[in-house]
Design a protein around this ligand. Structure first.
Ligand code: ARG
Length: 588
């Protein structure tokens, strides 16, 4: 199925060709003067140069040619040579009916399906999650779903930070607290216990304590470094503790991500990449790509077209240790071996941009990934508090995700209880779903790279461009459809009639943009485009609703047309929120 713009363009192409002009000039776009028209074509302006004619003469000819077209209610040429288009109600309603029966409402991704790895979440095992990890999870989940919807084979990997200094810090703190444990007895040769020597709440407390201690106690820091190195070289005791840390921490992270409705296909981490590092680095040295600089091994990444100087990528430190970049490169080695992806999408704070530029360039230079592999870094901005500074709790600490979710759920609950249409119990359950939607929508409706202000009251509001408003719109439709069927109405064989009012037409005009919005959201990996779209659709639906007596409409055919239209609206909105990773309650 053609997108709406393609359908209109086809019609204009015929006219351009019949009038003797190249059909490439028949470019149609959404009107930038919605007060004057719905779509526009500026092709006559461009064609004027080639055909050495006044643009309005060309526009006049085209418009004349199309005067009998059933697509348009009006098509006008406007000086100096614009073509303004208003669609006919008949064409629009038949397009809407085609959309209703088409797979994915007519959206087709015309490219070959790809295998895509989305690297998101990126939590650091045993360290507290922070709001950056929230953004990574929320945006990454949506990007992943959009990729799937486009027909790609998508693998989401949480890529845990599970191999760093935090491990040595925890091991040493544990040694100080529980020196009697067998891990710290050098002469111990038996099997280590299966049970972890700490619970998640202890672990949560151990890391910050160890981290604070390391800042004051140099010796402790040195011990932590040594333990980290021992772990990284396969020491039995350190590995045993590490396994406990990972088991306890992963179980907790799973719970956190479950609560967010974020699901990974792979639970791999930096540690999985370690076996590939020695050969990979040796390969770079052997091929002459990596060279020694101040004892370290580095790879140049500067390209002629760069406008600023980019430092070389260090692949091995002078003490032999691997770095963040080394681990990301080795992860690519593993991913190529196991999944052979065509495309990689990474989500992380935009301050990691240089890191990813280095990794991507070295990966291509070293032949770790194919020359034409798509490597995308989606760097996101900071979530700020109302004071414009990075978001903190009232006590100044980093916000725990659970508390954040609970806070916004509470705000939504209070809003819902103002209306008092729900029981306490239902309101609580619903507030959980709506609160999460408020949180996610508040994030996703901004362009990811921008910083944004986390404002519980605004996000939880039932009015404006918010998650609750979108859900409220869907719930409103659900409720009308329920009443309609309760009154004996049938949902079979429904079709939309030509719009009888401007608000009905507006709703149709917004819905027909679906395929184009999906294309843009997919190409640009931009969930906020879906948010813009559903906000527009929701406004249009509510405009139509306030203007139209749907359930009280006495004419059965008319009523069926309305029902068909709002039922399509509901399906489109539901599909869109699913792509955002948002769920909708039945009532609110
Ligand atoms: N663990 C990292 C952090 O907390 C994010 C990981 C991003 N992904 C990657 N492949 N480097 O900043």
């Amino acid at each position: 199925m053609n997108t709406i713009v393609e359908a209109i363009t086809e019609e204009l192409k015929k006219a351009f060709a019949e009038c003797g002009y190249d059909e490439k000039y028949a470019k149609v776009s959404l009107s930038n003067r919605p007060d004057l028209c719905e779509y526009q074509c500026n092709g006559a302006m461009a064609a004027a140069k080639e055909y050495k004619k006044a643009p309005f003469m060309i526009a006049d000819e085209i418009v004349e040619k199309l005067s009998g077209s059933t697509l348009f209610k009006s098509i006008e040429s406007v000086k100096p040579g614009f073509i303004n288009i208003i669609l006919s109600e008949d064409f629009l309603s038949s397009y809407i009916n085609d959309m209703s029966t088409a797979e994915k409402f007519g959206y087709v991704n015309k490219q070959e399906p790809k295998t895509v790895i989305v690297d998101y979440g990126g939590a650091n095992a045993a360290k507290p999650l922070h709001v950056g990890h929230l953004r990574s999870a929320v945006i990454g989940e949506s990007v992943k779903r959009i990729q799937k919807y486009a027909g790609n084979k998508v693998i989401g990997d949480v890529h845990l930070g599970d191999w760093g200094l935090q491990m040595g810090l925890i091991i040493e703190e544990l040694r100080d607290r529980k020196p009697e444990l067998p891990y710290f007895d050098e002469s111990f040769e038996g099997e280590y216990p299966d049970e972890a020597p700490f619970t998640i709440s202890e672990l949560e407390e151990i890391y910050p304590a160890a981290s604070a201690k390391s800042k004051e106690d140099e010796k402790f820091m040195e011990r932590a470094h040594q333990s980290t190195l021992k772990l990284q070289s396969g020491d039995r005791a350190c590995t045993a503790i590490w396994k406990h840390i990972m088991a306890v921490s992963k179980a907790d992270l799973k719970k956190n991500y479950d609560n967010l409705n974020v699901e990974f296909d792979l639970w791999k981490g930096e540690s999985d990449a370690q076996p590939y590092i020695p050969d990979m680095v040796q390969g770079m040295i052997d091929s002459g790509l990596a060279y020694e600089s101040q004892g370290a091994m580095v790879v140049d990444i500067q390209e002629e077209t760069d406008t600023k100087e980019l430092p070389p990528c260090i692949v091995r430190k002078s003490d032999g240790a691997a770095l963040y970049a080394t681990s990301d490169l080795a992860t690519l080695v593993e991913r190529e071996k196991l999944y052979k992806p065509d495309s990689y999408i990474y989500l992380a704070d935009k301050r990691q941009e240089l890191h990813f530029t280095q990794v991507f360039r070295v990966a291509k230079k070293a032949g770790i990934v194919k020359e034409n592999a798509e490597m995308t870094f989606l760097g996101f901005g900071t979530m700020n508090g109302k004071d414009g500074k990075p978001f903190k709790t009232r006590s100044g600490g980093v916000m725990r995700l659970e508390h954040l979710i609970a806070d916004i759920g509470e705000a939504v609950y209070r809003k819902m209880m103002e209306n008092r249409s729900l029981t306490e119990e239902e309101a609580r359950a619903t507030a959980k779903i709506v609160g999460l939607a408020a949180l996610k929508y508040g994030d996703l409706s901004n362009q990811a790279s921008k910083d944004y202000v986390f404002d519980v009251d605004r996000f939880a509001s039932f009015e404006g461009n918010t998650g609750p408003y979108i859900l409220y719109t869907i719930v409103r439709i659900k409720s009308i459809l329920n009443k309609y069927t309760e009154n004996g109405g049938s949902m079979d064989n429904l079709s939309v009639n030509p719009a009888a009012s401007q608000t009905e037409k507006n709703l149709m005009l917004s819905l027909v943009k679906f395929a184009e919005v999906m294309e843009a959201a997919y190409e640009e990996k931009a969930p906020h485009k879906i948010c813009q779209f559903i906000y527009e659709v929701s406004n249009a639906l509510n405009g139509f609703y306030h203007d139209t007596k749907i359930l009280a409409e006495p004419d059965e055919n008319k009523q069926k047309g309305y029902i068909a239209l709002i039922s399509l609206t509901k399906k489109v909105l539901e599909q869109c929120i699913d792509l955002l990773g948002i769920e909708c309650p039945d009532r609110m």
